[in-house]
Design a binder for this molecule. Sequence first.
Ligand SMILES: [Zn+2]
Length: 106
Amino acid sequence: MSGNFAITNEGTLAVALAELEAHLGEVMKEVRRLRALARSLEEENQRLRTIMIAEQAGEGGYQSLLRFYEEGFHVCPPHFARVRDGEGCLFCLSFLEKKKGMPSHG
Ligand SMILES: [Zn+2]
């Protein structure tokens, strides 16, 4: 994208507006493309986070899950590894409570 709209003295306002509209159309197309890209990256990120948390939870058990919860992620099965948006989650808390009672290593 050049970003130059090249409005000159010869060009009428109508022409300038038509050009601007064409550019806007391109920009909107780009916005849609980037939005789709952002969504696919977020999905990929979510997948990787799920794998990472599941692996570390397997190793460290309760302590790892508690740390992820405190860092702002769900550790409960229904929303596993999703961002909590700063809200408490009853599923997470009861899941952690259950985990707490289990020995993490043997
Ligand atoms: Zn949760």
